[in-house]
Design a protein around this ligand. Structure first.
Ligand SMILES: NC(=O)c1ccc[n+]([C@@H]2O[C@H](COP(=O)([O-])OP(=O)(O)OC[C@H]3O[C@@H](n4cnc5c(N)ncnc54)[C@H](O)[C@@H]3O)[C@@H](O)[C@H]2O)c1
Ligand SMILES: Nc1ncnc2c1ncn2[C@@H]1O[C@H](COP(=O)(O)OP(=O)(O)OP(=O)(O)O)[C@@H](O)[C@H]1O
Length: 487
């Protein structure tokens, strides 16, 4: 049975290879045809221009002043090949500026062949661009990077993309999430809960473990609310206005993982070692929270990836397995196996590559400074939408990391001829076995994680890479020594 499966999988790969080759052949033939078409158009435009120049010269000499301006060329209906469609582009009709999209060309042949055809005009083809999409709801795929206004492709006007949150009504309820087993976190939590309740009159939610700790501290904390089971957690986003995290980046990941849908704004306080995503300092928690509760605040919208495991044994039934939402990354690796991981990777059904190495990281841009960075991936500003495709120890000299656009679906498959299964882990947690034939589907999730900024997205990101990772730290070169002017 296994041998047949292996044979079958190899046959499929051969067919896939042949199909790929055919597609490549077609693409190159199309490219060649496009090139010939381009040359033809160039040649044709040059001929038109030469012909017009000759006519203009004739007219100049006829009028003996040789100084006919562009405006007159345009207005002399019989002489000019080019005419503007509107006054808006009148000067663009001048030959020295070339042909613009709204110009009207007179057909060259008809002009030279007969007077009857003289008024026949040829318009430059107009076109409409739209976002291509599989489903019927094409209009839902609005995009703001380029605009297709009136047939012209332009980069949309860049406004500041810094997102600002302004409360329209006062926040009422706060959820505090804390790193476990930390004395400093426990002390801060006690102070913060008291302050939020007594000074700010807010409802406070904590995890069941934290409620027990607070009650052990004082029975006065009985007003603090919590939940009993997971179904209550799934409704938290409807009750909570603000989430406060006390810990490191892991606590922010933990907070994000509690929300399987929309996430309330998170205010992350730094009580860890690195604190890449935790810009707020616990010593100033009252001032920080005062200004957050007053608003407006700058927000970084951190994209998440939605990951589904598709079992070969239960094809088309993957809805039965709960999807994972990751803020940093999903990692597919060899686990405890000593064999090379063998992973077939597809992007929107196009074959990308076969990873042979320790594994692969599919990371968000927020996660670009975490595991992906350690594996050689680039650091990316968290507001850049994209999926990082970073191999882990690839056994190949030419495997460089990729960054894919945010709209694609990446499929990672363990082939039937793989020597070992692979393991998927989600933000470093929840390991899942991927057996031969199983696949992992990964796409951008519709629910980002809004985290409050200390200053703004860019300032906070740059501060983190400088202070947290000591990026490009080097002693400054001294002033004395050779200089260009001495050479
Ligand atoms: N070789 C590696 O660098 C490596 C290996 C395993 C996991 N990780 C990372 O650890 C994460 C889980 O974090 P944890 O705190 O639960 O585990 P952890 O306690 O093992 O801490 C991992 C470290 O990664 C840092 N980190 C986490 N997210 C980050 C981000 N977005 N940018 C910069 N640094 C970040 C944390 O501050 C911490 O110092 C995973 O999502 C993965 O990215 C990294
Ligand atoms: N509320 C929580 N419940 C359970 N586990 C948590 C909670 N908050 C954090 N964790 C886990 O505790 C671990 C450590 O947390 P965190 O990263 O915040 O602290 P740290 O390791 O001291 O900080 P840093 O990552 O900056 O060094 C993480 O693996 C995280 O998933």
């Amino acid at each position: 049975m296994d041998e047949h499966l292996i044979e079958f999988s190899e046959a499929l790969r051969t067919v896939a290879k042949a199909l790929r080759r055919a597609a490549e052949g077609k693409a190159s033939a199309q490219a060649e045809a496009a090139e010939w078409k381009r040359r033809y158009e160039l040649e044709r435009t040059r001929n038109i221009q030469m012909e017009q120049k000759a006519r203009m010269a004739e007219q100049f000499s006829a009028e003996k002043n040789g100084d006919l301006d562009c405006e007159r060329v345009k207005n002399s209906d019989n002489q000019s090949m080019l005419q503007n469609e509107s006054n808006e582009h009148s000067e663009t009709g001048c030959m020295k500026h070339g042909i613009w999209s709204h110009e009207v060309l007179r057909d060259r042949e008809s002009d030279s062949n007969s007077n009857a055809d003289r008024n026949k005009i040829m318009r430059k083809a107009s076109f409409k661009l739209s976002w291509w999409c599989n489903g019927e709801n094409g209009d839902q795929h609005k995009h703001d990077i380029v605009s297709f206004e009136r047939g012209n492709i332009t980069t949309a006007e860049r406004s500041s993309k810094q997102i600002s949150l302004k409360w329209e009504s006062d926040p009422q309820t706060v959820l505090i999430l804390t790193k476990p087993n930390s004395v400093s976190v426990r002390i801060l939590c006690v102070q913060m809960v008291r302050w939020l309740r007594e000074r700010k009159k807010l409802n406070v939610y904590v995890e069941p473990r934290v409620k027990v700790e607070l009650l052990a501290e004082s029975s006065n904390f009985s007003y603090v609310q919590t939940w009993k089971d997971d179904s209550e957690i799934s409704h938290l986003h409807m009750k909570v206005d603000l989430v406060i995290t006390l810990g490191g980046d892991g606590t922010v990941l933990w907070a994000a993982s509690m929300f399987k849908g929309p996430v309330p704004p998170i205010v992350p306080f730094s009580l860890g070692s690195l604190g890449f995503m935790t810009p707020f300092h616990s010593e100033h928690f009252k001032d920080c929270l005062d200004s957050v509760l007053r608003g407006p605040i700058s927000i970084t919208l951190r994209h998440r990836l939605l990951c589904r495991v598709v079992r070969d044994a239960a094809k088309n039934e993957y809805e039965t397995e709960e999807p994972f939402l990751v803020l940093n990354e999903v990692t597919i690796d060899r686990g405890i196996s000593s064999y090379l991981t063998n992973l077939e990777c597809y992007c929107d059904n196009s074959f990308v590559t076969c990873v042979q190495g320790d594994g692969l990281i599919l990371s968000t841009t927020s996660g670009s400074t975490a595991y992906s960075l350690a594996a050689g991936g680039s650091m990316v500003h968290p507001q850049v939408p994209g999926i990082l495709f970073t191999p882990i120890c690839p056994h190949s000299l030419s495997f460089r990391p990729l960054i894919l656009p945010e709209h694609v679906t990446v499929r990672i498959m363990v082939p039937f001829n793989s020597r070992s299964p692979a393991w998927a882990s989600f933000d470093g947690k929840d390991r899942k076995l991927l057996a031969a034939g199983d696949a992992l589907l990964c796409s951008m999730a519709p629910w980002p994680v809004p985290t409050a900024c200390q200053v703004d997205s860019t300032n906070d990101f740059l501060r983190s890479i400088h202070d947290g990772l000591h990026w490009n730290l080097r002693k400054t070169q001294s002033f004395d020594g050779p200089r260009d002017r001495d050479l």
